[in-house]
Design a protein around this ligand. Sequence first.
Ligand code: ADP
Ligand code: MG
Length: 156
Amino acid sequence: PPFPIFMSGAVQRGFGRGGKDLGCPTANLPDESIIPMSSVTKTGVYYGYAQVSRERDGKAVLSEGDGKVLPMVMSLGWNPFYKNERMSAEIHVMHDFQTDFYGHDMKVMVLGYIRPELDYVSREALIEDIETDKRVALKSIARTGYQQFQSDSFFD
Ligand code: ADP
Ligand code: MG
């Protein structure tokens, strides 16, 4: 079984394509950080845990709660910037951060697959599906046997 899959890297700027407008900002990792996902390659939505480093340039700039191991949903797709020849991973952390965390190190543990990528007829349909993804992710990691992952030694 491929899971858990581990990734880490410094959060990069994405295309700024309305993540925040949809109420769902998605953090992007550099290309080389996504290599571990090549063992699955299936595009779509995944769930797991993420941890954002509180520090940037050696100084703690995020609050303590922001640095915890938190549930996440991740969309894995083809990157239009590279003519769809490379994968891209967009990670929404289920937590209300006080500020952006561009440049911060982020650790991601992927634990399972939720659904394939879909084309949406409307913005409302997309938002509704994202809400379903979040509920599925929370339900999945709440199951017996998953708690061990939150305290895995991969995280700080
Ligand atoms: P971009 O196109 O630059 O990725 P987004 O609108 O998708 O822009 O916003 C992503 C950025 O928002 C992240 O890089 C991060 O700095 C910040 N952010 C704030 N809260 C969250 C969150 N809960 N999950 C993911 N990113 C968040
Ligand atoms: Mg984004």
